[in-house]
Design a protein around this ligand. Sequence first.
Ligand code: TTP
Ligand code: MG
Length: 242
Amino acid sequence: AAGRGRVEFRDVSFGYPGAEEPVLKDISFTAEPGRTTAIIGSTGAGKTTLLNLIPRLYDAGGGQVLIDGVPVDRLTREALSEAVAAVPQKPYLFSGTIASNLRYGAQGATDEELWEALEIAQATDFVRDKDGGLDAPISQGGTNVSGGQRQRLCIARALAARPSVYLFDDSFSALDVATDARLRAALKRSIADATVILVAQRVATITEADEILVLDDGRIVGRGTHEQLLETNETYREIVES
Ligand code: TTP
Ligand code: MG
């Protein structure tokens, strides 16, 4: 990816085909390289939908989504998939091996690079313990690994792709608190220059973000740091205290 990965939403609105109500309304923000932007909001607020507009799972109805100043619908699919790696809320593994799953989006990655990605994703131990290591079989849908292991393999897959923009949709929820903390510390060191946009429920995950966007019913109703929002934003306080 040539650019640095600055993601900008300009007055973005979006509604699912056939639905009457838009799911996202007047969304404007910028996620800068080297910074973590967190999105929080109650279930159904539109967090996943917002993330999905970046790799163009859907296109914005109004407004623009840009990466390094270029509207995403003017980027080739190849350029877009090089720039952005998303860890979806329901992470998916394909039938094959651990290595083939990690190389999805990173075909040229060496074994060493895969182990590095696994190390950051806190997945080294369980992959090493599996018969075959990187070549251990994964069944369709990844049903032969646990939910937390699946999450970490999908995080490692994103890391192996070396994008400039990382999207994490509630990607740390199946991890215990200690693993979550170790993983985020490792991420901070290893992808310090990337743009990170994450959706999170756990307060500890959010509080370390450089900027937090509070999404309510498809609108941004607050933005700032954890401390700023605690002082000024009722919706944020309710979410954090619940
Ligand atoms: P989401 O964007 O899925 O909301 P969310 O990610 O904030 O919720 P959660 O915390 O539970 O993950 O959905 C926003 C609205 O859009 C919601 O009313 C459901 C609707 N929707 C569809 O109609 N079709 C879809 O494919 C999706 C993903 C959501
Ligand atoms: Mg969601």
